[in-house]
Each structure stands twice: as C-alpha cells, then as structure tokens.
Design a binder for this molecule. Structure first.
Ligand code: COA
Length: 262
C-alpha cells in the first residue's frame, strides 16, 4: 500500500486492496468517475434512500441526475467498506450547517468523511476521528478570477494573486479556491465562515497550508492542507485536522455485476 506522510506530495492513485484498514493516523482519498453506463447508474439508484431518490428526480438535465446518483451510490459503497455494511444499509445524519456524517458514528474510532464533485469527477476523503474536508473543481477559463478573488478572498490572497504574472493567475486562483473550500468543509461551517477571514497559500510551488485565521491565532496550526491532482484540468485540495497523518489515494472501480450468460 502506498502511503505518504502529510509533508510529502500526495501519493499516486492505486487500486485499493481487498482488505481495507483505516488507522487513526491515516486518511484515505478515493477518486471516482461519475459518467457511468445506464445499467450501472440503475444499480446505484437501487442503493439510494428515498430522500436521495427524490433529490435525484429534481435535476433537470439527465446527465446531472445520473452523476448525482453515481456520486451518492459510490459514497454509500465506499462507506459500506469501512462500516462493514451493504451500500443501502449506510445511513447519514447532517451537522448544523449541513455537513453529512455517518449516522451512529461517534467516539474514539468514528469514521468521518467528506465528498466533493465537479463535472464528471468525485473525490471522497475518509478518516477516523479527525475532521476532514475535500474540494475538487474543474478549472474553467471563463471565470473573471481577479474579480472573484477581490470579492471573496482575504487581503493576503488578493495581494499574492495580483503579484503573479497574468498567465499564472488562473491556476493560483483554483489552488486558492479549493484550499479554502476544503478548509471550510473540514470545519463543517460551510459558507457561514466568511471566506475573507482566513488565508491559504496559493503561490506556485508553495506547499498547501492554512496560513492564518482572524480571531483565533491557534486555529491555523490545528489543520493541515494538501494539494491533490485528480485529473488533468482539475484542481483539488484536502484539509485534515491535526498533523502527522499518512495519505493513501484509491481509485474507485465499480464491481462488475455477475452476468446470467450461459
Ligand atoms: C456546500 C458547500 C460546503 C460546498 O459546495 P460545493 O463546493 O459547491 O460542492 P462540493 O461538490 O465540493 O461539495 C458538496 C458536498 O459537500 C458536502 N457538504 C454539504 N454541506 C457541507 C458542509 N457544511 N460542510 C462540509 N461538507 C458539506 C455534501 O456531501 C455535498 O454533497 P452533495 O451535494 O452530493 O450532497 C459550500 O461550501 C458551498 O456552497 N460552497 C459554494 C462554493 C463557493 O462559492 N466557493 C467560493 C470559494 S472562493
């Protein structure tokens, strides 16, 4: 199993072993493709709860509906591996700002997770006990990145972005965005945490880090951030409570359904 300590770059994406073990100082990140065949989408649909099916039905475009079904189905399948249950047996509870958690998981060895999806890619982070947040974004070239940054980013981030040559700003913007999102998702506070009140690293070559937060001078030291590379054209980041953990990156493969041929 390829594990990397958090000070190292993320390890390569690998096939997961049959017997998964998640220690207290380990973080597993799974990568999945959301564009699946109709039969697989249907297979995932059967594992969803009634409220998830209702949510799926609200999507206007079939592709968005199918991606939602696959994202939820894969989440259930992954969490089932850790909690030793069938995908349809996994149940969720919501935190005060809507961060989903595994129902009934609390105490010393509780499984925590977070999910992010963008276009056809989903990332899932799974930990024990430590809070975790993950974000993936498809890098779009139609965004006015300087204007968005001026509106939402912290003073340090805006200054750093402005100081970069123009051709490096778009990638720096997405590095910053995914690191900020991963952090607010790890805290579970979502957008109730003002985005301009904390700063992350974004300059090319600078390791991912939460640099400062307004109000609590110790908050930035409580978290570690790591850049992930899920696919060409995507930016992603992982935020984990504490330091000294190891990361494994797994590729999700939907098991092939047995055929009745013969
Ligand atoms: C909901 C939010 C937590 C993430 O939204 P997002 O980046 O659009 O979407 P992602 O795919 O990364 O994450 C969605 C998942 O986060 C999880 N989630 C929902 N609320 C959450 C919360 N409070 N904390 C952590 N995770 C949360 C859910 O699993 C959700 O999956 P689902 O949509 O299938 O139910 C919130 O931060 C948000 O609305 N962000 C808006 C994006 C933005 O404006 N960013 C500006 C950055 S500069």
């Amino acid at each position: 199993m390829k594990m990397a300590p958090t000070t190292a770059p993320a390890p390569p994406w690998c096939s997961a072993p049959e017997a998964l073990r998640l220690g207290r100082d380990e973080v597993h990140v799974w990568r999945a493709t959301l564009d699946e065949s109709p039969s697989r989408v249907d297979g995932f649909l059967h594992t969803l709860a009634a409220d998830e099916r209702t949510r799926a039905e609200r999507f206007y475009f079939p592709r968005d509906r199918e991606r939602f079904i696959v994202a939820r189905g894969v989440l259930r399948a992954i969490l089932g591996l850790y909690s030793n249950s069938a995908p349809e047996g996994v149940s969720f509870s919501d935190g005060s700002h809507g961060k989903p958690a595994l129902a009934g998981e609390s105490g010393g060895a509780a499984i925590r997770f977070n999910v992010s999806h963008s276009h056809g890619v989903a990332l899932y982070a799974v930990t024990r006990v430590r809070e975790v947040g993950i974000d993936v974004e498809c890098i779009r070239s139609d965004l006015k990145v300087e204007q968005i940054a001026e509106r939402f980013f912290s003073h340090h981030e805006i200054t750093t972005l402005r100081a970069l040559p123009t051709h490096l700003r778009e990638s720096a913007f997405f590095r910053c965005w995914t690191r900020k999102e991963a952090y607010i998702k790890a805290t579970g506070k979502g957008l109730s945490l003002p985005l301009d009140q904390f700063a992350v690293s974004l300059a090319p070559g600078e390791p991912a880090a939460l640099l400062s937060t307004q109000g609590d001078p110790h908050e930035a030291q409580r978290w570690s951030l790591l850049e992930l590379t899920p696919a060409p054209g995507y930016a992603a980041a992982l935020a984990v409570e504490g330091h000294g953990w190891c990361l494994a990156c797994w590729d999700w493969r939907t098991p092939t359904a047995p055929t009745n041929a013969g």
